[in-house]
Design a protein around this ligand. Structure first.
Ligand SMILES: [Zn+2]
Length: 330
């Protein structure tokens, strides 16, 4: 084996090991950030017995396998999530580096992509667990995206490593985030105000209070009912709608990957999310009779972004090409 092949393999192995170590830290972020706990203060400890975990039981992937997913002190189960996140991060880092020839493209752009993917992994799991995204991680993604666009804009071409232009990123910033903003904050509430029972009742009561001449007891009764409906409206989460987190995530994703990738990611996420919703609904209606709860859309968006970061631009180019040639054939 010659030197170039050997060093390329070496870099990929390093990327996996480094990814696994980062994944170990991401696990801490995923558990502690939504709870508002400090990332640095406490040492790792068993979730069941509280025993501090020794350094040799903190080796990414390997420790979990050696302990077979059980605490050394009390034998209680350690979540498979740990090894999942560690190996996922390792694999994503390798896949990122596979796209580049580090010797000609330089290390900067692949490294920035890895930093962004690390944030995506945290956001995805956080949103899956809690249906919320931590503001800090969204800001982190935004900063990585801005830094990437600025660095790749001003770096000399031969070490830039990416062909996404400043304009691509700028269009990407708005390409999906703005439609999400309109759907989430204009269309969804509007549709809901027409189909939701609580909202309809609230509107009717308000109208009665305004137009009819009521005595004091009746008025108080209606006001109480109105309050109850408004409370119910406040508590419900839209089944299909985008939150501010989704909007910011797609803005950062667009700036990072360019408009083609982020548009592809949004389509991929909607399709994946739709399939998942149908499966959940089918299972709920056939076996357990459980109600389908509103589920977070963020994990699908992060999967869409991560997947399309590898081949989204090429697929969108193929699609655009296809549309272009088929419309010009007629
Ligand atoms: Zn324990």
């Amino acid at each position: 084996m010659d030197f170039v092949t050997l060093s390329t393999i070496g870099i990929r192995v390093m990327a996996f090991l480094f990814g696994a170590v980062i994944g170990s830290f991401l696990n801490v972020c995923i558990y502690r950030l939504p709870a508002g706990e400090s990332l640095t203060k406490k040492n790792s400890h068993c979730m069941t017995c509280g025993t501090p975990i020794k350094w040799y039981d903190l080796i990414p992937i390997i420790s979990w396998l050696v302990l077979r997913g059980k605490c050394r002190a009390c034998g209680s189960k350690i979540s498979g999530r740990y090894i999942l996140v560690e190996s996922l991060t390792g694999i994503m880092f390798v896949l990122t580096f596979l796209q580049f020839d580090v010797i000609t493209d330089g290390l900067i752009y692949p490294a920035l992509l890895c930093l962004f993917i690390a944030g995506l992994i945290v956001i995805g799991f956080e949103d899956y667990d809690t249906q919320e995204m931590t503001v800090g991680v969204l800001i982190y993604l935004g900063i990585v995206a801005i830094a990437t666009r600025l660095l790749t804009h001003f770096l000399p071409t031969h070490i830039r490593g990416c062909d996404i232009t400043f304009t691509d990123g700028l269009i990407g910033l708005f390409a999906v985030s703005v439609p999400f903003l309109i759907i989430g904050f204009v269309i969804t509430p509007l549709v809901y105000s027409f189909i939701d029972e609580d909202r309809k009742s609230a509107r009717k009561i308000r109208k009665r209070l305004r137009t009819q001449d009521l005595d004091k007891t009746e008025e108080r009764k209606l006001e109480k009912a109105l309050e109850k409906h408004l409370e119910a409206v406040k508590e419900q989460k839209p089944v299909f709608g985008f939150g501010m987190g989704d909007v910011i995530l797609m803005a950062a994703g667009g700036l990072m990957y360019g408009w083609k990738t982020v548009v592809f990611a949004a389509f991929a996420a909607v399709i994946l999310g739709g399939i998942c919703a149908i499966v959940l609904k089918y299972r709920a209606s056939h076996s357990y009779g459980k109600d389908v709860k509103a589920f977070a859309f963020g994990p699908f968006l992060t999967i869409g972004l991560a997947l399309s970061s590898f081949f989204g631009t090429q697929l969108m180019d193929m699609y655009i090409n296809y549309v272009y040639t088929s419309t010009h054939l007629i």
